[in-house]
Write a protein that binds this ligand. Structure first.
Ligand code: AMP
Length: 358
C-alpha cells in the first residue's frame, strides 16, 4: 500500500512513524524537506505532483495550506482522503463558520466583513471580541483581541475578516474522531486543552465526556469524512461550542501516542487506506506538554527522558520563538498524578518563563 502525504511537517512525520506498523510505503510532496520528508520512502517537489499522485494508492494531507492543484488532481483520480470539500471549507474561516451554523452546530456569534475598520466597528458592538483573518490563520496567528473597540498591536491585513464574540469559556477541550469509508465512527475521549498565546501548551485526557463525541460524530458524518479529524471546543458552562475543526490529525491528539490501544495517526492511516477504524481504548490517563521556541539540546533531552512515564518527540526543526519543535507524552495512573507530572515537565522546559518562548 502506497500512501501519499501532502505536506512534510511533524504531523506527517508522526503519520509515517505510526503508519509504518502496517507495512505501508509513504511518499511526501512539499516545497521544502520538513520532518516527514526526512523519513519518507520518497520525496517529491510540488512541480511533480502528478507523478506523486500517480504513484500513490491514496493521498492525504497533514496541513491545510498545501498546493490546490495537487489536491484537485488527487481528487480527480479518486485518491484524496479526506475529500476536497472538507479542506475547501476549512481553508476559509468564513466558509467553516457558515457550514457549522447552517448545519445546526453551536458556535460563537460572529459576523463577516471584507474591511478591517468595519471589523473593528462590529467587534465594538460585541463589546469583547476577536477579529480573525479568514485565510491562513492558525495557532492564534492573524487574530486580534478587541475590547470596547480598542486593541493593541498592528491592524490585520487580509481580504476577509471573521469577527467573533469572545466566549467566556470555563475550559477549552478537543476530541479526535475518525470515520472510515463504510461510515463507522470512532471517537477518542475528549482532552482538556490549556492554550497559551493562541497555542496549545499542554493537554490531558480523559475529560468528562459531555456531548463532544455526539457533536463530532454528526460533523464527520455530515461531511462524509474519511480519516481522523480534530475538533476544538469551548465549554461555557452550558454548551459545547465548536471553535474550529481540522480535517487532519491534530496537536490536540498527540497524547493518543501513549496510553491508548491506537493513536490518532494510526487510525487516520487505517481510514484513508480503506480499512475500518478501531474503537480506541484508553489504558491510562495521558497528556502532553508542547515544546515551543526552545532548543531541544542534549541536556533537555536527558532531563525529559529520565522518567519512565514520559517520552520525548523531537521534530528536528530549527528553533524559533513561537515554533512547535517537539512535545513530551506523559502518563500516570490518575488524572491528578498526570497533572502534577505535566507541571513538572513544564518547569523543566520553560523554567517558569513560558513567555520567553511562545
Ligand atoms: P483559533 O486559532 O481560532 O483556535 O484560536 C486560538 C485560541 O484563541 C483559542 O484556542 C482560544 O484560546 C482563543 N480564542 C479564539 N477564538 C475565541 C473566542 N471567540 N472566544 C474566546 N477565546 C477565543
Amino acid at each position: 500500500m502506497r500512501i501519499g502525504i501532502l505536506g512534510s511537517g511533524q504531523l506527517g512525520w508522526m503519520l509515517i512513524l505510526e503508519g509504518r506498523k502496517f507495512g505501508y510505503e509513504f511518499n511526501v510532496l512539499d516545497e521544502s524537506r520538513g520532518p516527514a520528508a526526512r523519513i519518507a520512502d520518497s520525496f517529491y517537489p510540488v512541480s511533480e505532483f502528478r507523478k506523486f499522485v500517480d504513484k500513490c494508492d491514496y493521498v492525504t494531507f497533514e496541513f491545510e495550506n498545501v498546493p490546490v492543484e495537487a489536491l484537485e488532481y488527487a481528487q480527480s483520480q479518486d485518491k484524496l482522503r479526506p475529500g476536497l470539500d472538507s479542506i475547501v471549507i476549512k481553508k476559509r474561516r468564513s466558509l467553516e463558520k457558515k457550514f457549522l451554523k447552517d448545519n445546526g452546530f453551536k458556535i460563537a456569534d460572529y459576523t463577516i466583513t471584507d474591511n478591517f475598520e468595519d471589523a473593528v466597528d462590529q467587534a465594538a458592538k460585541f463589546g469583547n471580541a476577536i477579529i480573525k483573518t479568514s485565510e491562513s490563520g492558525y495557532d492564534g496567528k492573524g487574530q486580534l483581541h478587541v475590547v470596547d473597540g480598542n486593541y493593541s498591536g498592528d491592524k490585520l491585513e487580509g481580504q476577509e475578516f471573521v469577527v467573533e464574540k469572545f466566549v467566556k469559556f470555563q475550559y477549552e477541550s478537543s476530541i479526535m474522531i475518525s470515520r472510515d469509508i463504510e461510515g463507522n465512527v470512532a471517537s477518542f475521549p475528549p482532552s482538556f486543552n490549556f492554550n497559551y498565546m493562541g497555542k496549545l501548551r499542554h493537554s490531558n485526557s480523559p475529560l468528562e465526556a459531555g456531548q463532544m463525541s455526539e457533536i463530532g460524530s454528526r460533523l464527520v458524518s455530515r461531511l462524509n469524512y474519511v480519516g481522523t479529524m480534530g475538533i476544538e471546543f469551548f465549554f461555557d458552562g452550558r454548551d459545547y461550542l465548536i471553535n474550529e475543526f481540522a480535517p487532519r490529525v491534530h496537536n490536540g491528539g498527540h497524547h493518543t501516542l501513549m496510553g491508548f490501544s491506537i493513536s490518532q495517526f494510526a487510525q487516520h492511516v487505517l481510514a484513508v487506506s480503506g480499512r475500518n477504524v478501531l474503537q480506541p481504548r484508553q489504558f491510562t490517563p495521558s497528556g502532553i506538554v508542547n515544546i515551543v521556541g526552545r532548543e531541544i539540546d542534549d541536556q533537555l533531552t536527558t532531563a525529559l527522558l529520565a522518567n519512565e512515564e514520559t517520552i520525548l518527540y523531537n521534530y528536528g526543526k530549527t528553533p524559533r520563538k513561537g515554533r512547535k519543535l517537539g512535545h513530551v507524552n506523559i502518563t500516570d495512573k490518575t488524572i491528578e498524578g498526570l497533572r502534577s507530572r505535566i507541571s513538572k515537565v513544564e518547569e523543566i522546559i520553560y523554567k517558569g518563563k513560558p513567555e520567553l518562548y511562545f
